[in-house]
Design a protein around this ligand. Sequence first.
Ligand code: PAF
Length: 254
Amino acid sequence: MKVVRGISELRLDGEVGLVPTMGALHAGHISLFDAARAENDVVVASLFVNPAQFGEQSDLARYPRDEARDLELAEQAGVDVLFAPTIEEMYPTGFATWVDAEETGAEGGARPGHFRGVATVCLKLFNIVHPTRAYFGQKDAQQTIVVRRLVRDLNLGVDVRVLATVRDEDGLALSSRNALLTPAERERALGLPRALTKAAASADPVAAARAELNGLDPDYVELLDLDGATLLAAAVRVGSIRLIDNVLVKGALA
Ligand code: PAF
């Protein structure tokens, strides 16, 4: 695996699959690498903790980082090129052009500016890597909606593939932020996937999930449309950690 820090060093041929990540890799990322490996000539993973998508500086500062471990996992998963730029490489002095992604959906409302940061970095990554396909996880459902809209609205010609959420055996959706949960918080966090799974089959999934989440302090519970599939999505706070998750209510991931 080649580790590339500079944009000008990236030279890629054939069909390229890009998996954008912020590191702290887990089995969810590995499933995206596997899918990219199966469908492309070259697999590129990006590793960049994008400051532009964090609201609070404290959240950015405590985001889990372990580059040596990430390199090992990416290499084992068959990634060909790991693009790990510095902040200065991505946002040089004088950087002033942003994608003004309109914030539809409760996740955008709850995190003002978040999707502007996500859409801007994804557009930059797409322009740098020129992927044929880019891979995202269903867990970040609103993000996949924003990225698919970005590709459509700006005619980027990238096939945005969305893969099913990978869960721990107990049902908790894998997330880099899970590493920040204490054992007691992790136990409480299980209430999120349990509530969504139970509520998905009810006549009013949002009301049912709200009732089931009782005590978990939901930021929101909502139904999302992801290209014809209906998802029941929620964000909750467990201690100081904010977790999101969603389950399919109707249809299938495209
Ligand atoms: O999902 C993530 O890890 C990030 O939002 C992404 C897509 C890598 C952009 O920074």
